[in-house]
Design a binder for this molecule. Sequence first.
Ligand code: GLC
Length: 415
Amino acid sequence: MAVPVPAPRIARFERLAFGLFLHFGLYSQLGKGEWIKYRAAMTPEEYEPLKDTFTAADFDTREIARLAKAAGMKYITLTTRHHDGFSLYDTCGLNDYDAPHSAAKRDLVAEFVEGCRSEGIVPFFYHTTLDWRWNTRACDEATFNEYLDYLHESVRILCQNYGPIGGFWFDGNWSRPQADWKEDLLYGIIRRYQPEAMIINNTGLSARGALGHPEIDSTTFEQALPGPVNREGWPKYVAGEMCQTLNRHWGIALDDLHYKSPAQVIEDLTRCRRVGANFLLNIGPTATGAIPEYEAALIRLVGRWIARHGDVIYNGKPTSYICTGRDFILAAIDKLYLFVYDLSIRGDANVTVAAGGSGPRVINGLKQPIKEIRWLDNGEPLTFTQNTDAGFAAINLTGYPYGTDWVVRVAEISI
Ligand code: GLC
């Protein structure tokens, strides 16, 4: 059975490869994660006055876009409205629970798209469908339908007031799984006003990778690496995207020290690309909208990996060659790229902490003759033997030169 051809917007999305997810809102001021209102059962009287102290004074969207660009990220997905119901955009009178009516007195979504565009980054809009102010999880049918009208009007405003955007990222239908969310209407608005926008709707933690409504353009993998996807016989080509937190909360959580390392992020990014999925890495800005120090430093380090390894992360296509351990191959026009994990550092055992190994690693399934193999980071040639009839190659991998460790090392194979 044939694999469907991706629509141009979906093919473009796949080439964006790496994005920044931003969870910023009133909750950022409490520093306990984006679910704090719900978890602490805060009443509207307790929670909503947070808008009077929400200055977003350090929410410098140009600076954020620059940082994302330095990390090789090509898009940013911002929480334009999260479950607390507060909008970072001007709701044009739908209510005054929005950024222009907060202490910030600005339309933060307008600033966001401007900041992104000035750095060549594609803006995406996260928008909640679960809204605690409407109690959309449990409210009666009439209220729910009234809410859907409000949601559709909100999305129409986002479609019409900010120029072309990369896509919408909805989140919350999982909270009321049996309901008729009137997705036809919602997606119809987007197709009408933003025909090139991607439509994504998070299926939640329990249904990762599930295909949803036929208009959905990408499946979501919340907090978990996507596996290989077989698209044969699918009615349409649907992309995939993993979103992941750096610690264990999406909105800033000051006492959550459970951070991932740059090495883990590099591994996860490459492992997403192994199956052609995008990686949306989350950061929760501070109370005033700044990017916290550790997060900024981490994404700069990841950016150095990307700068060293060039276009393959964006343009390389998944293959089915079987390699040693976690190693895998992405294909470009006349080249293959072998991604190598767990490689040791060359040197004396007394001076080098040598986790992993070097030496021969294999590729199964490759019948085209190999012309040459080089490490992408320093151009060093690698020796190999190959049996093209058997579709077998063994490459003699050298370890990292002392003083380097790129976490995942890439060998360029010319065929
Ligand atoms: C979950 C959470 C939400 C977060 C989202 C991101 O659905 O409810 O807080 O924004 O995941 O994927």
